[in-house]
Design a protein around this ligand. Structure first.
Ligand code: NAD
Length: 367
């Protein structure tokens, strides 16, 4: 997490809010505080041209408020492009609650947070993210309808992680097709870094297809559990980035493609679930292109979760969720072609496509 965040000194060099790179045209940023429950939260609303800003709430013990602000802004901007490129009528937003989800989260705090979400009148719709459970979203749902990711018994679409994993699998197959000429993953060595909610399901798809799956995690218990369940090999080396492999799937933290790791990477494809995989989207996107590594943009291929929660708003069923998620395969191939044709990185190609959809809607709205 820390490596995802810009150093405090760098942040202080420019104006504190509108001058931040991560502020990037945010429409609204809301700071929420409640002394009684200890709530300190920031809601970032990046863009609402395509629809209400939907994005999860992350609860994290940030080192300082700058880190929290930077995190929410980066994540909320990412949601704008994720929803746009997935063809959803949603804008981009995100929220962070500052605190330890294990020790400081209480029902009162969650409901107070829900009241703040409600006060925005539907401009921002929340959902789960790191540090949140479906039960927390149910508490938010007690005070506002502007929440997704609630229990199935309350009309929710259920856990989004398996769908996210399916989308990542689709994006990975498309990237393999582009890079290796075939989307068959059988025999391909895939490094899955992080075998949590998404990583485990991804491992299940990969092992089913007879890929050679190597798993890495900081949680030894999970490693043993997932390894024995799917027959995946546990990584026991010291530096995962240097490992010979066909595909690297970051499914733990962001910013793992950075100055330190990029020179070591042996994999020819990067396709994973983590948000903000490129520490610097311009510098590291370009370096990956230079190295001939096919990078499937994170916000494109990890959109299964948002497609899943969007079903709660649009009232579509499981089959439509699967169809939309399977379409990630086609969109990823289109992005690889566009990047090649225009001589730009895949990240830039995906951003351009998303931005053009937003611009087109803006024009329509002006008519
Ligand atoms: P999770 O918390 O369930 O799993 C993360 C796993 O990564 C854990 O097993 C953890 O032990 C491991 N991990 C943490 N630090 C690590 C490290 N340094 N090296 C190796 N392993 C490490 O999270 P998740 O829901 O599976 O999500 C994974 C990633 O995908 C996150 O970055 C998340 O933001 C992103 N994402 C998730 C969804 C979703 O639907 N869950 C949707 C979009 C994006």
């Amino acid at each position: 997490m820390e490596s995802e965040l810009i150093a405090l000194n760098d942040l202080k060099k420019v104006d504190p809010v509108f001058g931040q790179i991560s502020f990037d045209n945010h429409e609204q940023v809301v700071f929420c505080q409640d002394k009684d429950t200890g709530l300190k939260a920031i809601i970032g609303i990046h863009n609402t041209v395509l629809g209400p800003a939907l994005g999860g709430t992350r609860m994290w013990k940030y080192n300082n408020e700058w880190e929290a602000l930077n995190d929410v802004l980066r994540l909320s901007r990412g949601m704008t492009f994720k929803s746009a490129i997935s063809g959803l009528n949603l804008g981009g937003g995100k929220a962070v609650i500052i605190g330890d989800a294990k020790t400081e989260k209480t029902p009162e705090l969650m409901q107070k947070f829900g009241a703040y979400v409600h006060s925005l009148g539907g401009k921002y719709i929340t959902a789960e993210d790191v540090g949140m459970e479906t039960s927390d979203m149910d508490l938010v749902h007690d005070v506002t309808p502007y929440v997704t990711g609630i229990s199935e018994s309350r009309g929710g679409a259920g856990n989004p992680s398996p769908i996210t994993a399916y989308g990542v699998y689709m994006g990975m197959k498309a990237a393999a097709k582009f890079q290796f000429g075939s989307d068959v993953l059988s025999g391909k060595k895939v490094l899955v870094q992080g075998i949590g909610h998404v990583g485990e399901t991804l491992v299940s798809y990969l092992t089913k297809e007879d890929a050679r799956v190597v798993i890495a995690d900081i949680n030894e218990e999970r490693l043993n559990e997932v390894s024995s369940k799917y027959g995946a090999e546990i990584y026991r080396g010291k530096d995962l980035y240097s490992e010979e492999a066909d595909i690297y799937a970051p499914c733990a933290l962001g910013a793992t493609v950075n100055n330190e790791t990029i020179g070591k990477l042996k994999a020819k494809v990067i396709a994973g679930a983590a948000n903000n995989q490129l520490a610097d989207e311009n510098i590291h996107g370009a370096l990956l292109k230079e190295k001939g590594i096919a990078y499937a943009p994170d916000f494109l291929i990890n959109a299964g979760g948002i497609i899943n929660v969007y079903a709660e708003i649009e009232n579509y069923g499981k089959q439509e969720i699967i169809n939309k998620t399977e379409n990630i395969y086609n969109t990823t191939l289109e992005i690889f072609s566009k990047a090649e044709l225009e001589g730009i990185t895949t990240h830039q190609a995906a951003l351009k496509t998303a931005q053009s959809l937003i611009d087109a809607r803006k024009l329509e709205l002006k008519k």
